[in-house]
Ligand binder design. Structure first.
Ligand code: IPM
Ligand code: MN
Length: 339
């Protein structure tokens, strides 16, 4: 069966890493029927198009979307982020942003590895767009940017995290927030978490303030199995997660619509990296692993596992030393490692 996939290469290194990710998927024997969408900062600069409603309507008929990266230096900040990426997340109700972080021990004398997943709420919080200016441009100007947290939005995300934790070996879930200061949002999150926890007696739980979690990510990440947190904390923590897991070039993500009322979207956590665009130097592993996550979500579990195993084989210190540090060479090494 062929899967119908919308592909948005986007800006900078986006198209380069997505090309390699698609090659790996095909080499793993999965048939994709792809539709390319020319969207992102470059397209906006060319003709002013960001994300037309007709395109979103078309996407609703797809099985999934694969995105490289969007954002170009000459575009005003927020225009593409809000107009394209966040619009996708909100319009397609991609309410879970799932970001796994795995670090394997490099050798017998190496430090211990870790294996945890951050579930980031993906449609609310400070990202919702609440707020505005008063008296803009005057010495007394005011800017507010509120955090929107609905019981419905928090609960569905927390439930997803409990289900995921239940499916994993350790069955442990940590709520990360800042309940000692954000006493309204934090209270809603904590109460919701505790109420849902009562339905999952087989899942052990913990709570960390987000600032403490930053220390633990660096000093003792093995404590984590599944983490659930709000949109902004999740954004920041997952960059840190990438940094402590080999680098952001390895970090994959799935923007999920768990109810499957429409397509989910898969993208590397990294951005468009305009400084190295067009040089064939970008690490394609994050994009390849995002494509593997897409396959898993589409039920292609065997291919997804084979791709993940091949990525691991291709990035061992010995394999990395033998591979030129180029996008295509790393892609070839992953293809060669597929069994
Ligand atoms: C991410 C990115 C986006 C976010 C930006 C590009 C809007 O940083 O996916 O983590 O903040 O969510
Ligand atoms: Mn981010």
């Amino acid at each position: 069966m062929s899967h119908k996939i919308g592909v948005i290469g986007g800006d900078g290194i986006g198209p380069e890493v997505i090309e390699v990710a698609l090659e790996v998927v095909r080499a793993a024997g999965v048939e994709l029927d792809t539709v390319a969408y020319d969207l992102g900062g470059a397209r906006y600069l060319r003709d002013g198009t960001v994300l037309p409603d007709e395109v979103i309507a078309e996407w609703r008929g797809l099985d999934a979307l694969l995105l490289g990266a969007v954002g170009a230096p000459d575009v005003p900040p927020g225009l593409i982020e809000r107009g394209l990426l966040l619009k996708m997340r909100f319009e397609l109700d991609l309410y879970v942003n799932q970001r796994p972080f795995v670090l394997r021990p490099a050798g017998s004398d190496a430090g211990p590895g870790h294996d945890f997943v951050v579930i980031r709420e993906n449609t609310e919080g400070t990202y919702a767009g609440e707020g505005g200016f008063l008296r803009k441009g005057t010495p007394h100007e005011i800017a507010t940017q509120g955090s929107v947290n609905t019981r419905f939005g928090v609960e569905r995300c927390v439930r997803y995290a409990f289900e995921l934790a239940r499916s994993r070996e350790r069955r442990h879930l940590t709520l990360v927030h800042k309940t000692n200061v954000l006493t309204f949002a934090g209270d809603l999150w904590e109460r919701t978490f505790d109420e849902v926890a009562a339905e999952y007696p087989d899942v052990t739980t913990a709570y960390n303030h987000v600032d403490a979690a930053c220390i633990y990510f660096v000093e003792s990440p093995r404590r984590y199995d599944v983490i659930v947190t709000d949109n902004l904390f999740g954004d920041i923590l997952t960059d840190l997660g990438g940094a402590v897991s080999g680098g952001i070039g390895f970090a994959s993500s799935g923007n999920l619509n768990p109810d499957r009322s429409g397509p989910s979207m898969f993208e590397p956590v990294h951005g468009s990296a305009p400084d190295i665009a067009g040089q064939g130097r970008a690490n394609p592993i994050a994009a390849i692993l995002s494509a593997a996550m897409m396959l898993e979500f589409l039920g292609e579990t065997d291919a997804a596992n084979r791709i993940r195993t091949a990525c691991e084989a291709a990035v061992t210190p010995a394999a990395a030393a033998a591979t030129p540090a180029s996008t295509s060479a790393i892609g070839d090494a992953v293809v060669a490692a597929l069994v």
